[in-house]
Design a protein around this ligand. Structure first.
Ligand code: NAD
Ligand code: IPM
Ligand code: MN
Length: 368
């Protein structure tokens, strides 16, 4: 039976980039990799339809799917909706209820884009780092999380940063395992100088390394210094492992090193099933719904398309197909084709979201 893909296009440019990803999936369908494709609502569009950012029925489909592919959620239209049902809550529920604790955010600088980076070409040429972000814990989900009324008439806002040993250990193990098939180096980032969760994070990562992954090189950095090093000398890193909030911020920083936020894919993975070894998985671009350009055909669909390549690699054991898709993206960029986010002063004319998708599909034929 063909594996099922659940597409959740979402809001803003989500449906626009998802349409291009679908073209790519169809190409693979014509070339021997079939998928059963389903589609559903998440985010603001789900709120409009059912008053919830994701419905229980959609959650059930997501739990059954072999992989979920998401566009993006959110936008100013839903600024006024209650916090519990805001669009982003749908994405967070997917991550939490599917147990997707490991978020892989690779930041690779394609040769043809080195001049679009906000850093000088010589700093980013050949850049290939992987941020491994913890995704189901930390301050995103810690309780209490509330705004309280105080007797003096003020309010107090509380978010809680919590990490248990096993949560740190399993994300560290993912980072070490991935480093083994890359350059063999992991840098762990936390704030142990001000946060108890940082103290435990440092301790558990160090122990996990000593007991199980001593063949990998481990270094530690305070997360603020890590942010500085990412823009000072990003190529010093191979794998970075960090918590949910630092990972969110550091991956947006890393995105700009590659030229555009529209280039960064991600994979969110659960623990392997003890019987089948399969992991629950969701693939999505790192960028959001980009309300400023939504509906104009200007979005870069490559982050979404490269997220599909990650799905081929991590969910469908189709590494060669993933390589081929990544090569097709490289070919298109080498041909000088660019969406508007990648045409600076002196750059050529921009092509549309759909034209970029078509170009990748055409390049797949010659990327073999
Ligand atoms: P954003 O990533 O949507 O946009 C930031 C900037 O990058 C904008 O100028 C946008 O035009 C540009 N950009 C982003 N993706 C692009 C692409 N593919 N091609 C060309 N340009 C692109 O971040 P934001 O503006 O801070 O957030 C907008 C909304 O998206 C918010 O509601 C936020 O919560 C949500 N969001 C969702 C996700 C997600 O669904 N995974 C991720 C981040 C933000
Ligand atoms: C991301 C986004 C999400 C996050 C939001 C939309 C909930 O910024 O995936 O990077 O903060 O994790
Ligand atoms: Mn983010």
């Amino acid at each position: 039976m063909a594996p099922t893909l659940l597409l959740l296009p979402g809001d803003g440019i989500g449906p626009e980039v998802m349409a291009e990803m679908r073209k790519v999936a169809r190409w693979f369908d014509r070339h021997g990799l079939s998928f059963e494709i389903e589609e559903d609502l998440v985010g603001g569009c789900a709120f409009d339809a059912h008053g919830q950012a994701i419905s229980d029925a959609t959650m059930e489909r997501a739990l059954r799917a072999d992989a979920v592919l998401l566009g993006a959620v959110g936008g100013p239209k839903w600024d006024g909706v209650p916090y519990e049902v805001r669009p982003e809550a749908g994405l967070l529920r997917l991550r939490k209820d599917l147990g997707l604790f490991a978020n892989l955010r690779p930041a690779k600088c394609f040769d043809a884009l080195a001049d679009f980076s906000s850093l000088k070409r010589e700093l980013v040429e050949g850049l290939d780092i992987l941020i491994v972000r913890e995704l189901t814990g930390g301050v995103y989900f810690g309780e209490p999380k509330e705004i309280r009324d105080l007797p003096n008439g003020e309010k107090r806002a509380i978010d809680t940063q919590v990490y248990d040993t096993h949560e740190i250990e399993r994300i560290a193990a993912v980072a070490f395992e991935l480093a083994r098939v890359r350059q063999g180096r992991v840098c762990s980032m936390e704030k142990r100088n001000v946060m108890k969760s940082g103290v435990l994070w440092h301790e558990v990562v160090t122990r996990t390394h000593r007991e199980r992954f001593a063949d990998v090189e481990l270094s530690h950095m305070l997360a603020d210094a890590g942010g500085m090093q990412l823009v000072r000398n990003p190529r010093q890193f191979d794998v970075i492992v960090t918590d949910n909030l630092f990972g969110d911020i550091l991956s947006d920083v890393a995105a700009m090193l590659t030229g555009s936020l529209g280039m960064l894919p991600s994979a969110s993975l659960g623990a392997p099933d003890p019987e089948t070894g399969r992991r629950r998985a969701l693939y999505e671009p790192v960028h959001g719904s980009a309300p400023d350009i939504a509906g104009q055909g200007r979005a870069n669909p490559l982050a979404a398309i490269l997220s599909f390549a990650m799905a081929l690699r991590y969910s469908f054991d189709a590494g060669e197909a993933a390589d081929r898709l990544e090569r097709a993206v490289e070919l298109v960029l080498a041909d000088g084709l660019r969406t508007a986010d990648l045409t600076g002063p002196g750059g050529g004319a921009a092509i549309s979201t759909a034209e970029m998708g078509d170009a990748v599909v055409a390049a797949l034929d010659r990327a073999g």
